[in-house]
Write a protein that binds this ligand. Structure first.
Ligand SMILES: Nc1ncnc2c1ncn2[C@@H]1O[C@H](COP(=O)(O)OP(=O)(O)OP(=O)(O)O)[C@@H](O)[C@H]1O
Ligand SMILES: [Mg+2]
Length: 246
């Protein structure tokens, strides 16, 4: 069974058709990249999968259940980091973690154990007293990620987690994502960076609310090079998909 299923999702905002029959699946232990230009429908689809928005038609399943369910098991199985993630700026790193642990109803012992591990993998251990709004952009994103991981979700949904993050932190964040998928998590990440798209196990290229190409990025690029020569890049592939769809 796929950990995440988007089945023919449709969603409009007035005249704008944000999702137009979008389908894809993500397995446990898989890192799936949702790649598309501005306005392609990435955020809308991730919101639906995270259970914070209803589709007009089609269905979403996380671990076989409706992500909109208020069932605690379903809620705690989904970690979601929205595109505009807001932490409490006037609270410290420690206080933010503690706040979210209360929101997830973690007992003290569980919180302490998870906090240790998250501080270690995000390397925020030295900054626990620093206020969130005094963190660098990359550190802030890592704290946001740590907060969304406190519930130890089986499915992690990240909307452009590295946007505006420096290359060093970007690399660290990706190393962290690979650790998580190795432990069996299903991770969906939207990105506008082609180097990140190429690192995913599978990518889906979306445009105008539809999936146009899907597969292993290395294999997709190899196929594309068959017809276009060895010099073309993944970005060229992406641009040609967008151009053809237009
Ligand atoms: N709440 C909303 N009200 C009106 N229109 C919306 C709303 N949310 C999304 N849209 C529109 O739906 C389309 C898809 O938006 P969405 O945010 O899903 O795209 P995206 O791929 O995440 O884009 P970006 O890369 O810019 O974040 C866009 O045309 C957007 O303007
Ligand atoms: Mg978006």
């Amino acid at each position: 069974m796929s950990a995440v299923v988007a089945d023919a999702l449709e969603r409009s905002f007035g005249e704008v058709r944000a999702l137009d029959g979008l389908s894809f699946e993500v397995a446990a232990g898989e890192l799936y990249g949702l790649v598309g230009p501005d306005g392609a429908g990435k955020t809308t689809s991730l919101r639906i999968l995270a259970g914070v928005m209803k589709p007009d038609a089609g269905a979403a399943y996380v671990l076989g259940r409706d992500p909109m369910s208020t069932d605690e098991v379903v809620r705690s199985s989904i970690g979601y980091m929205p595109q505009q993630y807001s932490l409490y700026g006037d609270l410290s790193v420690e206080e933010n973690l503690s706040f979210f642990s209360k929101m997830f109803c973690l007992d003290r012992a569980t919180y302490r154990e998870r906090r240790e591990r998250l501080l270690e993998i995000t390397r925020l251990g030295r900054f626990t007293d620093r206020r969130a709004d005094a963190l660098s952009g990359g550190m802030y994103k890592k704290l946001a990620l740590a907060c969304s991981l406190l519930s130890r979700p089986q499915v992690l949904i990240l909307d452009e987690p590295t946007n505006g993050v420096d290359p060093v932190s970007r690399r660290e964040l990706w190393a962290l994502l690979f650790e998580l998928v190795e432990e069996g998590m299903a991770v969906i990440v939207s990105t506008a960076y082609m180097d990140e798209a190429e690192r995913c196990h599978r990518v889906g290229l979306i445009h105008d609310g539809r999936l146009h190409v899907e597969g292993d990025p290395t294999a997709l690029l190899a196929d594309f090079r068959e017809g276009h020569g060895d010099d073309v890049t993944f970005e060229d592939l992406f641009l040609s998909v967008v151009r053809e769809a237009a």
